[in-house]
Ligand binder design. Sequence first.
Ligand SMILES: [Zn+2]
Length: 85
Amino acid sequence: MNERYFVDERVGMVAIRDRFHPEYDKERSGLNSQMPDVFISWAGTQVSVICKECGHTKYKEWRVDPAVVKIAENMCAELNGKDPK
Ligand SMILES: [Zn+2]
């Protein structure tokens, strides 16, 4: 089903994009807040991934809070004229 707005969730970012935007590009592989078809976006936070053996920081990664994803999904449903879940 191709509704106007859809949630685009990536590593470290979630956005609502507009398929009807004149500059919407479904082939675009990246996602950032400056893209013209991004209606609204939320950046994740950087989280340290800790080594279980010795407790050192192995690496850091960007994560989006699941609560934020839920907000995005509900807002997207409303934008498409549906009741949020
Ligand atoms: Zn370690």
